[in-house]
Design a protein. Structure first.
Length: 154
């Protein structure tokens, strides 16, 4: 279940939409933030607060790649390996993340600090390679720059 603050937040979100079903996407995002990923308890909580069947909530949540369905690290590194980034060394950077941090695509560091998700193009082809850490955007990546970036996330 959500605490009172989160319940209030979701109800405020829901009030901006014509139906409670229309509020599912942002409500699931809040649930993901609160639970760390969308599991049965998160879907049940969203279903309860919006009055939407659990099957509908799960159907929406499993449709979109932006929702996580397994435990993730405290910080999510999303590295683009699409064409521009690949040409400019993203595969080498992925190897660097594995060798330096034990971070493999789809995996989590042993200390639970980071998860790595390999992304398709994130719209920064001109300044590739690029990645996101949580909601923060980084471009012109090098191994040294990644080390500096990740140092900020404890
Ligand atoms: S290919 Fe990586 S940002 Fe476009």
């Amino acid at each position: 279940m959500f605490n009172e603050t989160v319940l209030k937040e979701i109800k405020q979100i829901s009030g901006k939409y014509p139906t409670t079903r229309a509020a599912l996407l942002p409500a699931l995002y809040v649930a993901q933030r609160e639970f760390g990923h969308l599991g049965a308890d998160a879907y049940e909580a969203v279903s309860d607060v919006l009055g939407v069947p659990k099957a509908i909530a799960r159907g929406v949540g499993t449709f979109y790649a932006m929702y996580k369905h397994k435990p993730m690290g405290r910080h999510i590194v999303q590295l683009c390996t699409n064409v521009s980034c690949m040409i400019l060394g993203a595969e080498k950077l992925s190897d660097f993340l594995k060798n330096k941090y034990g971070l493999e695509p789809g995996g989590i560091t042993p200390d639970g600090r980071f998860s790595l998700v390999i992304m398709e193009c994130i719209g920064a082809c001109g300044t590739a390679p690029a990645m996101l850490v949580n909601d923060d955007f980084y471009e012109n990546l090098t191994e040294k720059y990644i080390e500096e970036i990740l140092e900020k996330y404890k």
